[in-house]
Design a protein around this ligand. Structure first.
Ligand SMILES: *Cc1c(COP(=O)(O)O)cnc(C)c1O
Length: 343
């Protein structure tokens, strides 16, 4: 893969903003270089623009070099940066699957980049060849998501690898739900694939959706390009601090995941027994896609009971489907009680 050839010319030529903290980042006693206010410590100081402390911690947890990590304001930021760095508006395109996470489409639309969607098979599997056939010389990236949202299933790893090795551009694999799945991340194989970008997030298994921290893992050359484009201080002080604290609680995260998976499996068993439930699709994530008679009516009944699930019934291949996040044992019981009242 020739990264230079994929890159937009304006980004190739870009001289990035250089902050005070970029120009001097060592130890010192008196910092008078950033027009900060000397009062109101510690919030008066700009954050580390490269978030090295957080990256080092993630590097040790994930067993990967810190220079292969990009941190964003949620996964939304690296998704958007892929478009801004590589896709010439009105000219280039990306390929993705349908249905999948809605942000790829939104980021494409905002950047005026065509997104070519390939429908999943009826069993929600995908064919690498079909995606490769949909790509043309203007295709800069392929976005896939495994486990996929909203279909909840892992995509076949062999097919994903076929996609990565068979494509000259970038392949983005969104692993937001990987902790809930029996399959392992592609992360240990990152070095084999120069064109692979893996997305993960602190929003799901780690329980930190509120602090907005998304991770992209890729070859250091790709990370360098991301860093060139991002806002200089894209991760604020509060997020960096909180992430450092919470990342020490690996054990707790694993307990949460175990509980959520056990609750998910219990929910599947109970949902099967409800007469209006047609299909509970297999889930490798922290949510269930459930096909039912009168999904919209059930959605409204639940809303009346102050229980909110996601109506996905207008999405490709998801006719009459609700997407139900697995909550706490108490929340899940409440949901089941509200559903049973409908039988
Ligand atoms: C929830 C989710 C994310 C997380 O997005 P953040 O911006 O990191 O909160 C990423 N990808 C998918 C497919 C998701 O469902």
């Amino acid at each position: 893969m020739e990264l230079e050839k994929l890159l937009r010319n304006n980004i190739k030529a870009l001289k990035p903003y250089s902050s005070a903290r970029d120009e001097f980042s060592g130890e010192a006693e008196v910092f008078l270089d950033a027009n900060e206010n000397p009062f109101n410590k510690p919030y008066n100081r700009y954050p580390d623009p490269m978030q090295w402390a957080v990256k080092e911690k993630i590097a040790s947890i994930k067993n990967i070099a810190a220079e292969k990590i990009f941190l964003g304001n949620g996964s939304d930021e690296p998704i958007d940066i892929v478009f801004r760095a590589f896709c010439e508006p009105g000219v280039d395109n990306v390929v993705s699957i349908d249905p999948t996470y809605g942000m790829y489409q939104v980021a494409a639309d905002i950047n005026n980049v065509e997104i070519r969607k390939v429908k999943l098979n009826d069993d929600f599997g995908f064919s690498a060849q079909k995606l490769l056939d949909t790509a043309n010389i203007y295709t800069k990236a392929i976005f896939i998501c495994s486990p996929n949202n909203p279909t909840a299933n892992l995509l076949d790893k062999g097919e994903i690898v076929k996609l990565i090795t068979g494509f000259d551009g970038l392949v983005v694999v969104d692993e937001a739900y990987i902790d809930f799945s029996p399959e392992s991340s592609l992360l240990p194989e990152l070095d084999e694939f120069e064109n692979l970008i893996i997305l993960q997030t602190l929003s799901k298994a780690w329980g930190m959706a509120g602090i907005r921290l998304g991770m992209a893992f890729a070859h250091p050359e790709i990370i360098r390009i991301f860093n060139k484009i991002k806002y200089p201080y894209n991760i604020n002080i509060l997020t960096q601090k909180k992430a450092l604290q919470l990342l020490d609680h690996l054990q707790e995260k694993e307990e949460w995941v175990k509980t959520i998976i056990a609750e998910r499996d219990k929910m599947v068993r109970k949902l099967f027994k409800l007469s209006f439930v047609q299909v509970v699709y297999p889930s490798d994530a922290n949510f269930l896609l459930v096909k039912m008679h009168d999904a919209r009516g059930i959605y409204e009944h639940l809303t009346d009971q102050k229980i909110i699930v996601r109506d996905r019934s207008k999405i490709t291949l998801c006719d009459d489907c609700l997407r139900i996040t697995i909550g706490s044992p108490k929340e899940n019981k409440k949901l089941r009680k509200a559903l049973k009242a409908l039988v």
